[in-house]
Design a protein around this ligand. Sequence first.
Ligand SMILES: Cc1ncc(COP(=O)(O)O)c(C=O)c1O
Length: 442
Amino acid sequence: MTATVPPYAGAGNLIYRAAHVPRFRRAEGSYLYAADGRRYLDAEAANGTVAWGYDKRILQDALAYCEDMPALPSFCESDLRLEVLQRLERLFGEANDTPGRVELDLGGAQGMETALRIAFSAVGPGTVVVFEGAFHGRSGVTSMLSSSPRYRELLAAWGLEVVRLPSPDCGRCPHSAARTPGCTSGCVAAATRWGSELSGVGGTGFNRKVSAFIFESVQNVGGMAEPDHVLLRAAVDHARRNGAVIIADEIFTGMHRTGPRWGFQRAGVTPDVVVASKALTNGAAALSAVWAREPLADPTTYRPGSHSSTYIGIPHALGVVRAVLDRWDGWADPAADMDGLADRMSARLRKLQAAHPDLVSDCRAFGGTARLVLTGDHAPALRQLCLTADSDAGLIVASTGMAPDVINIHPPLVINDPDLDVMTEVLDQALNALRETVEARP
Ligand SMILES: Cc1ncc(COP(=O)(O)O)c(C=O)c1O
């Protein structure tokens, strides 16, 4: 494989691992169009951001909301910002059945740092508990939370103590008895033993406390792994009993990506702080929203100006959120429609599993998200074969370093059946090509 990083391009931003890196010119619906004329079905949706597919009317509507608006410093306010905050608060508060406050940030990692600031301002700084396989960003602080040590190699907040509960992915959890889905009492015990004299981790009764428990309702970079609901509920209850603030990272799972509006609703848990991002802007602006139930972010304790930055709430980002929220308001029953999408994806992926039992060991769909589990660490190769498949269209799917045996699928939530058929056809072809390369290996 030849890396083809242009000599003027910094290598840090993009992942050039293969000779074939398509260059895109435009997009429409669920398709991206490359400079060489080839089209690609997007079953990755810019890391789950482009929930509504590629629709330039979103930007046009956003422009109408913001074109006369000035950028403002952090001591000035606008009606547009207040409207967006109020509408966002409703989305979080309704689901948690309690009022809260929303503030904005620039992207996922920064939103997670703000969530930690709010938690620490409420209960004091302390240990943070996460699951193995977690991914919460690559900033200095969030790289401490994310599982891969690779993210911490160049910059990390080493002073932050982070404790990892066993992976919620049954295939990777050492406490899972038969490596079959579903948690045993051993798994639950492993996730709820901190805070005791023996665990090495503080909690109620210790000066050294755990200040936050952070979870993804379906791990994205961890390979689309959903914590068993009983396990997650037990972990949340245990954390709450030990005085930790419960933070839901809904950056990927939020806004129906996994079915309900928020992924935590799948397991029936109620977090104290929620961070959302991707589906609020459909990929058209960098923005995250951090909700904290009252009184966690009350201005008397979490003081005005505790967190800000020049570009938080620039007019075009607010205009984009408003345009995207208008669309969400107009979708009658997205949760039910996402259950339907999960069924339609499952049916197709099960067929692929049946046709390729030597290469596919499992599949599962949650709303507009699915995982195809392979029998070996073939996901990077299969992802590449999907791009170059000898078919009418290429296919964009994701794979990650943390779960090299899993193909992550998260298309625009508005994807239709003919496009799902194209996805299945290309995956089928790519699996056949993968078999040839696997068999050819010495
Ligand atoms: C669950 C989750 N948390 C945090 C992040 C980090 O977001 P950002 O890349 O906007 O910093 C991501 C990004 O993929 C994510 O999926």
